[in-house]
Design a protein around this ligand. Structure first.
Ligand SMILES: Cc1cc2nc3c(=O)[nH]c(=O)nc-3n(C[C@H](O)[C@H](O)[C@H](O)COP(=O)(O)OP(=O)(O)OC[C@H]3O[C@@H](n4cnc5c(N)ncnc54)[C@H](O)[C@@H]3O)c2cc1C
Length: 406
């Protein structure tokens, strides 16, 4: 049976559920289709670091500004999806002091609050820190629990009339007279959807989904490993203060820390090799900041695939410089009612969603503005309610399995 909807969103990561929430709050009839459980893609497989923007401050002022703004918004609306840990950028003996100074200056210019401390004071705050830490800088980084965040966005969309379909892969699309007229879902929903507008928020799979409508979105999917090891009581996120490289982030959980990551292009975001050297290198590099992780028991490791946009990556030359987002309007390719959203970060998902929802509302003639920056997510102050949403939508992802009651 065919099911009509104003907007079909493909992909149930942070971006897709954020778009569904934004549109539903504006009174738009929206359906979201996710091929697995929610947050099964990059969202549930990231570090789970809510960036303050400090990581990008000296290289990408616009991206850093987006991060600090969204960081503040999420602290306000996402409650128990976020853990207030703060972050420390640490300079080791071999790291370039000029890089540290440039980051500090750029943060100050952008209004990202920093507090520079010497190595001994840093070790008072984090006793296990390496003796090689010469100085450090506090920044307002935090930890985000992606499966809760994604499920809470979906729950809010559902509460405002949206349909959230999980285990509903988009298998094919029919394009007639320059418009997508129907979309076939497989899995548990062998159904046909007749949408007015289609949004492709399929992350690293955005290229494949675009092909179903006969258009092209050039992606450069890039894998990164994460390793969780036993380690209790690390307070802040640790960032190595150097040009972004492998193994320069340690994210604190309660009884473990998550170490990351690598950056290796892959040709298929589902089928790619998972190399032991990535695990070893990540542990070894993170141990330069926190030596005890080198022989801590390993609890799990996993890979995520970044949904990077090839034209941007090619222009910028790769890692760490920018993780900006891109709206690709396929009207320019001859498919009127189709838009893709690619790139970005978990930290900026809400802003990405608002930007797409603005475009969709313009197309639909809906004159409501976004309210997602002001409205608290449902269950925000109730971890048990958030975890119930995760279970309801079959929330996936190894990033926060130790902290979320699935
Ligand atoms: C290793 C790594 C570490 C990272 N660390 C951080 C971090 O610490 N902080 C941060 O801010 N960002 C981080 N990121 C980036 C961040 O995770 C991503 O940018 C963000 O989660 C992307 O969200 P998304 O919803 O766009 O994509 P995804 O979360 O990948 O969601 C896309 C969804 O589409 C679904 N899908 C695909 N094809 C179909 C189909 N045919 N039909 C239906 N559904 C389909 C997938 O199953 C998936 O769930 C990291 C990324 C990686 C890989």
């Amino acid at each position: 049976m065919a099911h009509s909807t104003s907007v079909l969103v493909i992909g149930g990561g942070a971006t897709g559920t954020g778009i569904a929430r934004d549109l539903a709050l504006r009174g738009v009839d929206v359906t979201l289709a996710e091929r697995g459980g929610l947050s099964a893609g990059a969202s549930g497989r990231s570090h789970g670091l809510l960036h303050s923007g400090a990581r990008y401050a000296e290289s990408d002022a616009a991206g850093a500004r987006e991060c600090i703004e969204e960081n503040r918004i999420l602290r306000g609306i996402a409650g128990e999806c976020v853990r207030e840990t703060r972050g420390l950028f640490v300079q080791l003996t071999d790291d370039d002091p000029a890089y540290f100074d440039a980051k500090r200056d750029a943060c100050e210019e952008l209004g990202i609050p920093v507090d520079v401390i010497d190595g001994d004071i840093a070790r008072d705050a984090v006793p296990e820190l390496s003796a090689d830490v010469e100085r450090a800088m506090w920044v307002p980084d935090a930890v985000v629990l992606p499966s809760r965040l994604v499920a809470a966005n979906a729950a809010d969309a559902r509460d405002h009339g949206g349909d959230i379909l999980t285990h509903a892969p988009v298998n094919s699309m029919t394009v007639e007279d320059g418009r997508i007229t129907s979309v076939s879902l497989g899995g548990e929903f062998s159904e046909t959807i007749e949408p007015t507008v289609v949004v492709n928020a399929a992350g690293a799979h955005a290229g494949e989904v675009a092909e179903l409508a006969g258009v092209s979105v050039e992606m450069r999917p890039t894998r990164g490993v994460m390793v969780a090891v036993e380690h209790g009581g690390l307070g802040p996120v640790l960032n190595r203060c150097r040009e972004p490289a492998d193994g320069d982030i340690v994210v604190p959980h309660e009884d473990e820390v998550v170490l990351g990551t690598t950056s290796v292009p892959v040709s298929d975001p589902d089928e790619f090799s998972r190399e032991e050297w990535e695990v070893e290198q990540t542990i070894q590099e993170c141990a330069t900041m926190l030596p005890s992780v080198s022989d801590a028991p390993q609890l799990r490791s996993w890979w995520g695939v970044r949904p990077l946009y090839e034209p941007d990556e090619a222009a910028r030359g790769g890692r760490g410089i920018s993780r900006g987002f891109f709206r690709v309007e396929h009207a320019d390719d001859g498919v009127e009612n189709f838009v893709s959203i690619v790139g970005g970060k978990l930290t900026t998902y809400r802003r990405m969603a608002e930007s797409v929802a603005d475009l969709v509302c313009e197309r639909l003639g809906v004159d409501e503005s976004s309210s997602t920056a002001e409205r608290e997510l449902p269950g925000a102050s109730e971890p048990a309610e958030l975890d119930a949403f995760v279970r309801e939508f079959d929330g996936q992802g190894p990033t926060d399995t130790d902290l979320v009651g699935r």
